[in-house]
Design a protein around this ligand. Structure first.
Ligand SMILES: CC(C)(COP(=O)(O)OP(=O)(O)OC[C@H]1O[C@@H](n2cnc3c(N)ncnc32)[C@H](O)[C@@H]1OP(=O)(O)O)[C@@H](O)C(=O)NCCC(=O)NCCS
Length: 180
């Protein structure tokens, strides 16, 4: 289990999958995570979640330290062993948005990924209209590497898909900026 100022970042348990499923079924969250059809997801989806968690390099649940509230999940998946690259995923329950939790979690996870998991890159895709996520990723040090133009249909509009990544050397160079 990991701890940051306000949060615990712990291993996923069997009892978490219902909550993760519910989080995906919040359509505000699902449309930020998935380029597929945004639809209520039934029981079979929980099997998909369990498989993804089992296959992930890191799949953790985020809780508040003070009250033990269930906040969301963070993961590193699709690890490319040869190139030491992994994809980042993150989602929080909407009632916890805007408190700095995503920034707090990512500052820890990115540091851990480079320092302990020996990654060289962390990669992610984010939809161009997800201003909150892009702000957090840039603040943590992710750099925009490319754009797939109008690649996702959402809310009656085409959205760009933005590819972002951070390198171990960039993280090392920026560590002073994060007060370490
Ligand atoms: C994206 C997400 C992880 C951000 O979590 P969070 O804990 O609210 O993020 P933080 O509070 O650390 O930072 C969010 C920042 O974006 C800003 N922000 C929020 N909505 C915004 C908007 N519409 N436009 C611009 N900035 C916005 C906030 O003010 C905050 O900046 P500040 O700290 O300078 O005030 C959360 O909204 C979420 O789980 N969304 C659904 C899933 C998702 O999008 N995951 C990422 C997929 S790539």
């Amino acid at each position: 289990m990991f701890e940051t100022n306000n949060l615990r970042i712990r291993a996923v348990r069997n009892t978490d999958f219902e909550k993760i499923h519910d989080l995906w079924n919040d359509l505000r969250v699902q449309k930020s995570l998935s380029p597929s059809y945004v639809v209520p997801l039934g029981n079979k989806f929980e099997e998909t979640l369990r498989t993804s968690a089992a296959d992930a390099l890191l799949y953790c649940i985020i809780e508040t330290k003070d009250k033990g509230n269930w906040v969301g999940f963070v993961n590193l998946f699709n690890g490319d062993q040869k190139n030491r690259d992994a994809m980042l995923g993150l989602a929080l329950c909407p009632e916890f948005w805007g408190r700095g939790y995503a920034t707090e979690v990512l500052l820890f996870v990115v540091d851990y990924a480079f320092r302990e998991l020996a990654l060289h890159r962390i990669t992610l895709n984010v939809f161009g209209n997800n201003a909150a996520a892009i702000k957090v990723y840039k603040r943590v040090g992710f750099v925009e590497e490319g754009i797939q133009r109008k690649a996702n249909w959402s809310g009656g509009n085409w959205q760009d898909v933005v590819l972002m990544a951070i390198l171990d050397e960039e993280w090392a160079a920026s560590k002073g900026d994060h007060g370490e």
